[in-house]
Design a protein around this ligand. Structure first.
Ligand code: ZN
Length: 182
């Protein structure tokens, strides 16, 4: 019989022993702290995640409880270069080793390169996913390539004329760049 696992009240050890797998396709709106950071929320933003549990045998034959999470989301922010909306792709791929309790996790944390968490029978996977996504947010979100700025639309004839007379500095620059490339 397979045991049902709950993402919000996960028995981590049992999950690992069962080689469990949980996955979700959640609305971003379910992650309240994360949603507060978004610029321009819309309801079809999704957080895709998958968590797998595993018991690994360490040196000495001790079983270690591991949890692997993979998360993908597209997160709306404001580009700090052009100040227009940018959907930032977020990706998390991390493994955690679970130890007996918080005290053990803290004690081992300095000497261990592993990410340690305290075992729980009611572990909140949802919260872990949200924490990881919050940490994955870029401090300075930017487009890889900002959308090219449209020339200012104007029906003003003087403006049109002025533009026609003076060479557009950006066009001149583009020409220079082109020459440099050639
Ligand atoms: Zn931009």
């Amino acid at each position: 019989m397979t045991k049902e696992f709950s993402a919000q009240r996960l028995d981590v050890k049992a999950f690992a022993q069962a080689g469990g797998r949980l996955a979700g396709h959640d609305s971003l709106l379910k992650y309240e702290r994360l949603a507060q950071e978004a610029k321009g929320l819309h309801p079809d933003l999704l957080v895709d995640w998958e968590a797998t549990g595993e018991v690994r045998t360490a040196l000495g034959g001790m079983g270690q409880v591991w949890l692997h999470i993979m998360v993908r989301a597209s997160f709306p922010m404001e580009c700090q270069r052009c100040l227009t909306p940018v959907d930032v792709p977020l990706e998390v791929d991390r493994e955690f080793r679970f130890v007996a309790d918080e005290a053990t996790a803290e004690a081992l944390d300095d000497e261990s390169e592993e990410d340690l968490l305290a075992l729980s029978r009611e572990f909140d996977l949802h919260e872990l996913i949200e924490d990881e996504l919050l940490m994955a947010l870029p401090v300075v979100p930017k487009h890889d390539e900002c959308p090219t700025s449209m020339p200012l639309a104007s029906s003003d004839d003087d403006f049109e004329e002025a533009n026609a007379e003076k060479p557009n500095p950006f066009a001149a620059l583009a020409a220079l760049r082109k020459d440099a490339k050639d």
